[in-house]
Design a binder for this molecule. Structure first.
Ligand SMILES: Cc1cc2nc3c(=O)[nH]c(=O)nc-3n(C[C@H](O)[C@H](O)[C@H](O)COP(=O)(O)O)c2cc1C
Length: 461
């Protein structure tokens, strides 16, 4: 595809457990009620988004034995919620984050097939391995698998899930009420898998959906995670979308991994998560960004984040005062804790102190200044120019927008940014297809085509 033809894809992303959603401003609605999600998804569909996307948090964050009670808790189970939302929408994709560490292929593949059938081919699965040992404790498996093993299990899991989805030929169900069988027994294959992690014999229960089977997303940023995505995923959800050079480096890395895996460079869509803060003028946007950050990082949240770095309870300190004078408590990570990106807290504290001193910042301001890059701040036309540049240069295929307010957080994006993107020719004017696979411009699954060809040939003999 020439650079001028490249189009931006947008999704809306709800994080599982997080402090980035502002729940305590007068503008905030319910984080749990169905009406909030209905309002959000119908706005996204009005804005011709590809997908509505739910993260998964199976356990609240904790520190020092207490839950981090400033977080927005995990929302109602993703597949349940998306099935309800399928009934009030007709085009937008419905993506559920579900982990491969604590689920089983036969059950999860069946539930995702159910969502795909009910929504007429709009389901997606964001495959994650989940990095928290304490999530495992919910399943009596604290520190169940180490990092590398989780990806071994994930790959075998996904292979079996795909076999389950591909088990029914396209025309396996009765075409009319006068047919002899509801399901043609010869058209349903059994899935037998004896791999290092699984020993299963499955007769899949459900026929194919309109898009063949759910679209596979992946989120996980290590070398193992990226290779897993390059071998297996249709879409990769990353955190590399705020800075152009970083986004391009990530996309270049993924393309090299795709080539190494024997796949085409455009076989995978890259959709980083991002926050978008809009203002009618640049100054207004910056002022709004300040309001957003101060609501996301409240004094109590700043003290909780600093407490995790220092390994101490700092809840009685003044967030608007200086950084704690004492040294952090250093606890070496165990292999089971998951993330390999452990950094020595003494190094982090040194960086915090250097920044606070150089810029004259309070503790809370330091937490904000050194927090993760969250996305883009600007006017609709400024950001439309920026996003057109990102997509035309191949740094991203689109963005998964994380709204900081529920349920109205997409309104100005749909009303102001989407038309500016359309004016620049980088965003669709209408939905052209009906399935999530079609919205993303992805081909039909190969195994589906192979299966159809075999049956057509078989029927001819
Ligand atoms: C952008 C992004 C979003 C993620 N969302 C979730 C999520 O919703 N639920 C979850 O359990 N893990 C989520 N993860 C974590 C992954 O499951 C994975 O366990 C973690 O990133 C560690 O793997 P890695 O070292 O390959 O990054 C996410 C990771 C990334 C990079």
């Amino acid at each position: 595809m020439s650079t001028a033809q490249r189009r931006l894809h947008l999704g809306v992303f709800f994080q599982g457990v997080n402090h980035w959603t502002i729940w305590n401003a007068p503008e905030s609605g319910s984080q749990i009620d169905f009406s909030s999600f209905r309002r959000m998804i119908t706005t996204a569909e009005r804005g011709l988004f590809d997908a509505f996307f739910l993260g998964e948090g199976l356990r609240l964050r904790e520190s020092g034995g207490a839950i981090h009670d400033l977080d927005v808790a995990g929302r109602p189970d993703a597949i349940t919620q998306l099935a309800a939302l399928a009934g009030v929408t007709s085009r937008i994709g419905l993506v559920a984050t579900q982990n491969t560490t604590y689920n089983e292929p036969a059950d999860l593949a069946r539930r995702l097939s159910g969502l795909d059938l009910l929504s007429r081919g709009r389901a997606g699965w964001n495959v994650v391995t989940t990095d928290n040992a304490w999530t495992g404790e919910n399943f009596r498996r604290g520190g169940y698998l180490d990092h590398g093993d989780r990806y071994v299990r994930a790959e075998q899991f996904l292979t079996i899930a795909r076999q389950i989805w591909d088990a029914w030929a396209a025309d396996a169900t009765a075409p009319s009420t006068t047919a002899e069988h509801w399901a043609d027994p010869k058209a349903v294959a059994t899935v037998g898998a004896r791999t290092g992690r699984f020993d299963v014999e499955i007769t899949p229960l459900l026929p194919r959906s309109a898009q063949g089977h759910p679209v596979v997303f992946q989120a996980g940023d290590s070398a193992e995670g990226r290779d897993f995505a390059a071998r297996n995923a249709d879409v990769i959800f990353s955190a590399h979308g705020s800075d152009f050079a970083d986004a391009l480096a990530f996309a270049t890395d993924i393309r090299a991994r795709l080539r190494a895996a024997g796949r085409a460079e455009d076989a995978l869509r890259i959709l980083p998560g991002t926050e978008i803060i809009l203002g009618d003028t640049e100054a207004e946007a910056q002022e709004k960004a300040r309001w957003v950050r101060l609501h996301q990082v409240t004094p109590a949240t700043a003290l909780a984040i600093a407490g995790q770095v220092w390994g101490r309870d700092l809840s009685d300190r003044d967030a608007d005062g200086p950084l704690p004078a004492e040294d952090p408590v250093v606890v070496e990570p165990t292999g089971e804790m998951g993330s390999r990106r452990w950094t020595d807290p003494r190094e982090i504290v040194r960086r915090w102190r250097d920044t606070a001193e150089a810029r004259g910042l309070t503790l809370r301001e330091t937490v904000i200044a050194l927090g993760p890059q969250r996305g883009h701040v600007g006017t609709p036309s400024g950001l439309a120019d920026r996003f057109a540049h990102f997509v035309r240069e191949g740094a991203v295929d689109g963005f998964n927008v994380s709204p900081y307010l529920t349920p109205d957080g997409l309104d100005d994006i749909v009303d102001k940014l989407v038309p500016a993107l359309q004016d620049r020719g980088v965003y669709r004017e209408r939905y052209e297809g009906t399935t999530l696979r079609e919205h993303l411009g992805l081909p039909r699954p190969e195994a589906w085509i192979r299966r159809e060809t075999q049956r057509t040939r078989g029927a001819g003999h």
